[in-house]
Design a protein around this ligand. Structure first.
Ligand code: MRU
Length: 344
């Protein structure tokens, strides 16, 4: 086994004064970073999906808070912390489903409430720590997941749960990267309509890393499973309830149902920051609805008789999940074994 090399793709770069965000709406044609110096801009970058993916959203929000503190804390004419807490609210309103966003903001709030001597240095240090911890968690998840799927004939992934969606390396793609280093050589990715995270991001990201992947239309998944080419579906998560029910990109639930029919197993790979211990099960997870125009062809925009229903996540019941892989360890058959071993 060779050591992991530096990844070609980085969604977020902290400069010390600003956050550089790779604009994922433009990939794969254009690689362009935008420079953000305030929380308002970062909130907008999250809302418009320049940065996306649960862990990456949380990390960006943490840097957003650090930028807000830097901007307001030297302003003696106002109560600067009110401005920062207003920015935290703004960041929290940017997207509803990925719990990593609220987890990161809670950590930043707790730090501010502890009234650190140097709030600028302290908030920047915590944002960097959240970022670095996520990368380390991804590598651990990758190795643990690869231990389980070692020997798989092929795997199918959905959406993009890679370096682009995290601090780096990825969750589902972390598992796939690690498994490929151990000999896995058949990786399929669903295109992931309507935003095409699979087609535009996943196969591109893997190619940047020298990993060949085969794109399928989402509607080809059942037929792929029937062919016997894959024995695992490996996905990330936006929020995992305390019982293991898992919210992830729309279409994940369909894949899990199809997987059951075909004897294919489902692995959810996610850091602990994606587990929402406050929710007993997945019924309490807010599912983001995005604009119909993300789905509708432009020519229908003025047509009142044509509308679109565009939920962008769904919840896979824990009974359909064979393994949940985190940096703290793996739960096999979580519906039978429970999630208790992942609690601190
Ligand atoms: O709408 P997106 O692109 O932010 O959705 C992302 C996903 O659903 C990912 O699968 C999930 O966040 C896991 S990322 C490691």
């Amino acid at each position: 086994m060779t050591e992991p090399k530096q990844l070609a793709v980085q969604a977020l770069q902290w400069t010390g004064d600003s956050l550089k965000v790779l604009d994922q709406r433009l990939l794969p044609e254009t690689i362009a970073y935008e420079d953000y110096r305030d929380a308002q801009g970062v909130a907008e970058a999250i809302k418009t999906m320049r940065v996306r993916g649960a862990p990456a959203i949380g990390i960006a929000a943490a840097y957003g808070v650090a930028l807000s503190v830097k901007l307001h804390c030297y302003d003696r004419s106002v109560n600067w912390s009110d401005q920062v807490f207003a920015d935290i609210e703004r960041l929290a309103a940017s997207r509803p489903t990925a719990v990593n966003l609220f987890w990161a903001l809670d950590r930043m709030k707790a730090l501010l409430n502890s009234q650190p001597e140097d709030p600028v240095a302290a908030t920047q240090a915590l944002a960097v720590e959240i970022h670095q911890d996520d990368i380390a968690a991804n590598h651990r998840i990758g190795e643990l997941g690869a231990d389980i799927i070692g020997g798989a004939k092929g795997v199918l992934t959905h959406c993009n749960a890679g370096a682009l969606a995290t601090g780096g390396y990825g969750t589902a793609l972390g598992v796939i990267r690690s498994a490929c280093r151990r000999g896995l050589n058949k990786v399929f990715a669903g295109e992931t309509r309507p935003w095409l995270q699979g087609a535009r991001l996943t196969v591109w990201e893997l190619a940047q890393d020298g990993i060949a992947a085969t794109l399928i239309a989402d509607s080809a998944a059942a037929w792929l499973m029937k062919s016997g080419a894959v024995d695992w579906i490996v996905v990330g998560a936006d929020r995992i309830a305390a019982n293991g029910d898992t919210a992830n990109k729309i279409g994940t639930y369909s894949l899990a149902v199809l997987a059951k029919q075909h004897g294919v197993k489902v692995m959810v790979a996610a850091p602990l920051s994606t587990i929402d211990w406050n929710l007993a099960d997945g019924s309490g997870i807010e599912i983001e609805q995005r604009e119909p125009n993300e789905l509708l062809p432009d020519s229908y925009n003025q047509e009142s008789l044509v509308s679109a229903w565009n939920p962008v996540f769904d919840v896979t019941p824990v009974e359909l999940i064979a393994a949940i892989v985190t940096e703290r360890g793996v739960v096999v058959n979580p519906s039978e074994n429970g999630m208790g071993s992942l609690k601190s």
